[in-house]
Design a protein around this ligand. Structure first.
Ligand code: HEM
Length: 150
């Protein structure tokens, strides 16, 4: 018997179908997403502003790149491969919206180089939404998102 994950929001076969449909529509698949992740973090590591923030926290890039490939597989192809909690990992970082904008600039540039136009549009739209909500969650967790009415 196959193991059952609790609680599955979609059955594995429904996930596979959705992933196949998204792959056909966007030209994205695991190999393209892995290429995107590697090229993107290559730029990040060379960036004078963002590079040092990552370098201070990541010693071994191999697990980070694998985790980010799973993340993008979940986000772009709905495969459910990523299991993690990004917000707590960003709360303590020395970042504000300006850093997210820089991150997005490099992401848009890389996606345009690596993906088909439809694939690039798909991942860029998701990255923009996640960056906004991550920035909001980080500010909120730091207690600066809501005005102090006391
Ligand atoms: C200001 C820009 C950003 C910076 C400086 C940044 C930095 C980092 C760092 C240093 C880590 C590793 C943390 C650790 O393992 O201790 C990390 C993890 C991660 N980041 Fe970001 N990040 C940024 C924006 C984003 C955005 C926009 C996304 C999503 C679109 C994202 C998604 C993730 C995910 C999924 C992880 C893995 C979390 C886990 O361990 O499961 N990050 N980030």
């Amino acid at each position: 018997m196959k193991s059952i994950q609790t609680p599955p929001s979609r059955s594995p076969s429904a996930r596979t179908e959705i992933a196949a449909e998204l792959e056909a529509r966007t030209g994205l698949d695991e190999a393209v997403l892995r290429g995107l992740v590697h090229a993107f973090y290559g730029k990040i590591r060379n960036d004078s502003v963002l590079g040092p923030i990552f370098a201070a926290r990541i010693d071994d890039w191999t697990p980070h790149l694998d985790r980010m490939t799973s993340f993008w597989s979940s986000v772009a192809l709905m495969t459910g491969r990523y299991h993690g909690a990004p917000v707590p990992k960003h709360v303590g970082l020395p970042i504000d919206w300006g850093h997210f904008e820089r991150w997005l600039t490099l992401f848009r540039e890389t996606a345009t180089e690596i993906c088909t136009p439809a694939g690039a549009a798909h991942v860029i739209e998701r990255a923009e939404r996640i960056a906004r909500s991550l920035n909001f969650a980080v500010e909120d967790a730091r207690g600066s998102g809501i005005p102090n009415l006391a």
